[in-house]
Design a protein around this ligand. Structure first.
Ligand code: FAD
Ligand code: SF4
Length: 464
């Protein structure tokens, strides 16, 4: 009997985890299916044999969750896929998601010694091979720990919240996970494009975590349906993994006609068949979300998709490999260009008025600050504009009374916030560094261990 909400189970049943071919996936999703095919058993073994099983392996150091990479690869080489998946998931419970979404070029594969020969080990795809083996067969590796009698509330069922809940469940604490959306998974379910991760992978992981005894209550929002005070009273500790907010405003005339990039990506995951795309599409922003939004537009059939960015190619926040991918997809880039007005007739976009920019001195972010060149305004014909300029800071923090740093939750080295018994992790604390799924997973896991240690201390103190 599944413990996930009915919508999640139906969705998962319909998509049938891992059983469809990439071709079939693409046929059903109109070209939006997973880009990388799974490795066959033979391909995985051949790749695993190439690994040098380095001592003090740099790939393991480069992984934020410190997966024993040579350890799991050796198990693939010897045909022990279950053991391989265990090695991965002991360190990273969301190993199936991270196998797909991690920027491996920047992390483990980027650190592989075989880069010297130009062919690093395909660590991400091997990780996927091992973890898919489990989920395709419904194998469960972990059980709830012996009950401690302690109760912890986790808010937000994204990677941080799920990883925290899983670790707490394995340690024997009773966990209730509150999620405001209808499905668990956070951005893995709603934000990461299907080309990288199908929805059913995130849902299958959430189901596995529910089976660790975690009570997942969806459609339940902190600040609307429950208060922090009530959670602090009812539970021994509270973990906040609430991520970030929606898209910020552009603040230009005609903004109401612009598509929101996050909503655009979400629709591509749940109802691609209902989406309409223009011929001349512009995407504002040059981070990874902008590239994802542009890729969707291109794959849905837009004739021309152009990314507009106010700084130069050098400052763009997207990963280099994402930039190369976008170029391959036929996406154009227009740098040093700032939109100042959306032009429309009868409520339909006809163009974008822009101004050319030049780079000045470095700003607070350390990057050269763009300045408009006066008198350089020009118009680009357009019939669709999508904004993908990041996410707002978590909006709830002021109401909760939490101390913040640059708009993010301030935590100490043990993920404790300024409010007693309240911990936080994931994107909502990421005041510095690039936010990523694997970082959120590591936060959740370490915060759970910190909570466990603090609860242990509390027990000892109470016993004295
Ligand atoms: C479009 C996009 C693409 C991305 N692609 C990648 C990628 O390819 N690889 C990668 O590594 N990273 C990627 N990221 C970043 C990655 O998704 C995040 O770093 C990661 O999801 C952070 O996890 P989290 O749990 O902190 O937050 P989230 O995933 O945002 O989860 C937070 C959860 O909390 C819930 N919540 C919020 N407020 C409340 C409340 N008041 N009450 C109850 N629940 C609440 C939300 O509904 C959500 O489910 C991408 C981000 C975006 C926006
Ligand atoms: S660095 Fe490369 S070769 Fe060495 S253990 Fe890691 S994956 Fe294998």
């Amino acid at each position: 009997m599944s413990r996930l909400p009915e919508a999640a189970v139906t969705r998962r049943g319909r998509l049938n985890y891992g059983k469809r071919s990439v071709k079939e996936e693409n046929r059903q999703t109109g070209g939006l299916g997973e880009v990388l095919p799974p490795l066959s058993a033979h391909e995985a073994r051949v790749e695993a044999y190439r690994c040098l099983y380095c001592y003090d392996a740099p790939c393991t150091h480069a992984c934020p969750t410190h997966i024993d990479v040579p350890g799991f690869i050796k198990k693939i080489a010897t045909g022990n896929l279950r053991g391989s998946a265990r090695t991965i998931m002991e360190a990273n419970i969301l190993g199936a998601t991270c196998a797909r979404v991690c920027p491996v070029e920047e992390l483990c594969e980027g650190a592989c010694v075989l880069n010297a020969e130009g062919r690093p080990i395909m660590i991400g795809r091997l990780q996927r091979h091992a973890t898919d083996h489990l989920f395709e067969r419904g194998i469960r590796l972990f059980r709830p720990g012996r009950p401690t009698g302690r109760r912890v509330a986790v808010v937000g069922a994204g990677p941080a919240g799920l990883a925290c809940a899983a670790e707490l469940g394995r340690l024997g604490h009773a966990v209730t996970l509150f999620e405001k959306r209808p499905l668990p998974g956070g951005l893995s379910t709603y934000g990461i494009i299907v080309l990288r991760e199908p929805v059913e992978v995130a849902l299958a992981e959430a189901e596995m975590i529910a089976e660790l005894g975690v009570d997942i209550r969806t459609d339940t929002e902190l600040g609307r349906d429950v208060t922090l005070e009530a959670l602090r009273e009812e539970y021994d500790a509270v973990f906040l993994g609430i991520g970030l907010g929606g898209s910020p405003d552009l603040g230009i005339p005609g903004e109401e006609l612009v598509e929101d990039g996050l909503a655009w990506i979400e629709r591509s995951k749940f109802e691609p068949e209902k989406m309409t795309v223009g011929d001349e599409v512009y995407v504002i922003g040059a981070g990874n979300t902008a590239i994802d939004a542009a890729t969707i537009a291109r794959r849905l059939g837009a004739e021309r998709v152009t990314i507009l960015y106010r700084r130069s190619e050098r400052e763009m926040p997207a990963y280099r490999h994402e930039y190369a991918f976008a170029r391959k997809e036929g996406i154009d880039f227009r740098f040093l260009t700032q939109p100042v007005r959306i032009l429309a007739t009868d409520g339909r976009i006809t163009g974008i008025e822009c101004v050319r920019m030049r780079l000045g001195k470095a700003d607070a972010s350390g990057r050269a600050a763009p300045e408009p060149v006066s008198g350089s305004e020009f118009t680009l014909p357009a019939d669709q504009v999508i904004k993908a300029i990041g996410q707002k800071k978590p909006e709830l923090l002021a109401d909760l009374g939490l101390a913040t740093e640059k708009g993010y939750v301030r935590v100490d080295e043990a993920y404790r916030t300024s409010i007693e018994k309240v911990y936080a992790g994931g994107d909502c604390i990421r005041a510095v560094g690039a936010a990523s799924t694997v970082m959120a997973v590591q936060d959740g896991k370490l915060a759970a261990r910190a909570i466990d240690a603090d609860l242990g201390l509390a027990t000892a103190a109470a016993a004295e």
